[in-house]
Structure formats: structure tokens, C-alpha cells
Design a binder for this molecule. Structure first.
Ligand code: SAH
Length: 252
């Protein structure tokens, strides 16, 4: 029996999620009951005729901020619904950088509510209700909806059964602390570029060894910072050190 996860968003644009989450792997995972999704309209928790969710910032300055009341009332209300309380995730450039380890951690939770800001952001007091504040990186989006979709996508593909083939999430970049090895498909030669011959050899042990070496080399070249925390054997550490030395010698 699959344990179904439930993800919810709270935003002023509840319609933007549907098309993406009903497509391809996300759509299939929903249809198969691996996760369910609900988009809540923040304006449902306003009490004025214009359904106002924003106001001018104290102290002046550009733009509008999201008021505390609709968001906090919505979180209170939604927490009363259902048997598990939602884990409440906010988005902001000041949050913790989202990464694969974080996706893995979130994939263990049964119910997550993603609160998506707009305008210049959200009244600071609202963050007292955040279990976690996430940032996608050092840039500014116009709203948190895309951030929620990114996080949901990365989390859902880790859920058992979501990719159809349980192995496929294990081989990816970051799953073992390294970048993924280079991959090729037909034709074996294209515009003079040849696929590494070992991959055509049918020798599974040789292919596995090549892939591991390629992952080590790519990580050393493109993301050496990842090597500090990747789980490498002594032999692999030596291999990487030699590879780096060789690359440095080539550069001189
Ligand atoms: N004034 C804020 C930015 C607000 S942008 C600041 O300068 O820090 C409006 C909304 O977009 C945010 O509330 C958040 O939900 C989303 N957002 C913007 N940048 C983001 C990022 N790097 N990662 C995740 N969400 C982001």
C-alpha cells in the first residue's frame, strides 16, 4: 500500500500550478495516488469587499507587502483540517538554499503547505509560523509559485514509485554526493563525435567502473566543492587527486 503525500499551496494565483502538476511524471504520480495536491486562494481568508491581501510598508518604500492576517488565518484554518498538521514552508531569498538533501528530507513528510509570496514580500511577523524558509538561489522571483513547483517536483520524483522505476532516482547527480556521469544514446557516432567505446562493449563491470570514474572526474572539474562531503573510498580519493594533478599539469 502506497503512503500518499499531500502538498498544498497558499497563494494569490492558485491556478498556475495545475498544468504543470498534471503533466508527465507529476500527473501520473497524482493519478496513481502517490501524492495529492490542493491550491488554496489566499483571498479566501480576506474579509473586505476587495479581498485585499496587500498593504503599503511601514516606514515607506516601494511596492506593497502581504498583510499578516490572511496568511496567518489561512494557516490556522488549514492546520485544523485533516488528521496531520501541515509542515509550513515559506519562500524567500533570505531562506536556506534548497538542495537535494533538503528534497530528501521533505519527501519524508506526509503533508506540506507551501506559502507563496508576491509583491515585495511578506510582513515579517508571518514568518513566526514558518517551519522552514527556503530560497532557490541568489536571485529574486516575482512570486513563490515557481519556487513551490520546483520544490514539489524535486520532492515527488524521490517518492517511491513516482519515476516508475525505483532505481532511477538513485543514480542521479547529488544522490551519492557526486555529479552524474555523462550519458549517451544512439547514434554511436554523430558529426564525428564518438560515444566512449566501453559503453558499447556490453561489459557491465567495465561500464560501471567507467561511469564511476567519469562522475569523479566531472565533479572534480565542475563542482570540486562537492568532493569535500562525497563518500569516496581511499582508492577514489587517490584517483581524484591524481586527476586534479594531471589537469593542473596540462594547464601549465
Ligand atoms: N523583497 C524580497 C523579495 C520578494 S519577491 C527581498 O528582496 O528579499 C516575492 C516572492 O517571490 C517572495 O515572497 C518569495 O515567495 C518569492 N521569491 C523571490 N525570490 C525567491 C528565491 N530566490 N527563492 C524562492 N522564492 C523566491
Amino acid at each position: 500500500m502506497l503512503e500518499s503525500k499531500h502538498y498544498e499551496t497558499l497563494s494569490v494565483f492558485p491556478d498556475v500550478f495545475e498544468s504543470y502538476l498534471n503533466t508527465s511524471i507529476m500527473g501520473r504520480a497524482q493519478r496513481e495516488g502517490i501524492f495529492s495536491f490542493e491550491a488554496h486562494d489566499m483571498r479566501d481568508w480576506t474579509h473586505d469587499k476587495h479581498r485585499t491581501v496587500d498593504d503599503a510598508p511601514f516606514g515607506g518604500g516601494q511596492g506593497m507587502l502581504m498583510k499578516p492576517a490572511p496568511i496567518l488565518e489561512a494557516i490556522d484554518d488549514l492546520s485544523e483540517r485533516g488528521s496531520t498538521k501541515p509542515y509550513v514552508v515559506f519562500f524567500s531569498p533570505v531562506g536556506h538554499r534548497f538542495d537535494e538533501a533538503c528534497a530528501e528530507r521533505l519527501s519524508q513528510l506526509d503533508r506540506i503547505l507551501f506559502v507563496c509570496g508576491r509583491y515585495e514580500g511578506i510582513d515579517e511577523r508571518v514568518y513566526t509560523r514558518a517551519d522552514e524558509v527556503l530560497s532557490l538561489g541568489d536571485f529574486v522571483l516575482t512570486g513563490g509559485e515557481l519556487a513551490a513547483l520546483v520544490v514539489i517536483d524535486a520532492v515527488v520524483r524521490l517518492l517511491p514509485g513516482a519515476l516508475g522505476d525505483d532505481m532511477s532516482a538513485q543514480d542521479e547527480s547529488f544522490s551519492d554526493g557526486l555529479l552524474e556521469y555523462a550519458q549517451y544514446t544512439r547514434p554511436a557516432e554523430y558529426r564525428g563525435m564518438k560515444v566512449p567505446s566501453v559503453l558499447l562493449s556490453g561489459d557491465h563491470a567495465a561500464i560501471a567502473a567507467w561511469r564511476r570514474r567519469n562522475a569523479l572526474e566531472r565533479t572534480a572539474q565542475l563542482r570540486p566543492d562537492l568532493l569535500d562531503t562525497a563518500a569516496l573510498s581511499e582508492e577514489e580519493k587517490m584517483y581524484v587527486a591524481q586527476f586534479i594533478q594531471q589537469k593542473e599539469a596540462e594547464r601549465l
